[in-house]
Design a protein. Sequence first.
Length: 249
Amino acid sequence: MAEHLIGRVGAVLRALSAVDEQGASTSDLSRATGLARPTVHRLLTGLADEGYVDRDRRTGRWYLGPELYLLGEVAARRYDITQHARTSVHRLAVATGESAFFSARRGEETVCLVREDGDFPIRSFVLYEGARFPLGVVSAGIVVLAMLPDREVDEYLGRVDLTARWGRSHSRAAVRERIAQTRELGYSVNPGLVVEGSWGMAAAVFGRSGEPDWALTLTGVESRFRADRRPELGALLLKEAHALTNRVA
């Protein structure tokens, strides 16, 4: 019973973390989590009492609360790779002119933690800080999945159907093909699979256990990710990913 409750609380907090600064209504969070609206409201009320969420009395919309910020500050002392990652993200944005990102693996998702835009005037807005995608979706999710052991990949793809939300381009066969390509290149390529014309590339950053725990990403418009430029972008991603991996080791 307690594990079931914790799972529901976690689902609500993750859903709330995925919205922008406009916050979310109780109904929004109910739809995002698949939980009944009264259940979500009850959970939010309890979380608000502890400071984990906050509610705008005027609009009724919910936001992550100050207690989570304080907990995050403490957790950051251990998981401080994000501070090092900001340097890598900055170098990638400056060197390429594209938007650069740092994402973390959280269970079967990747979560974008850091974004910095380069000086090229046309942006891709598929990724933003707080955005979550399942493994196998967007370049960060592709590279993390590709770098997992075959057993974990097989178990995941045997259980998860990505086509329901992301379309036939994310069929098991298509994802496996991208996994094979990623393992061959060392980095992933997302050729506009989520938003047409918005391309991305990513390299994995490995934790102490040897697992792909994070990813560095570059995104931009298709014309900036030509076949003759991708090896250069891939090399830059791999260089920064290798440097971050060494910091963790």
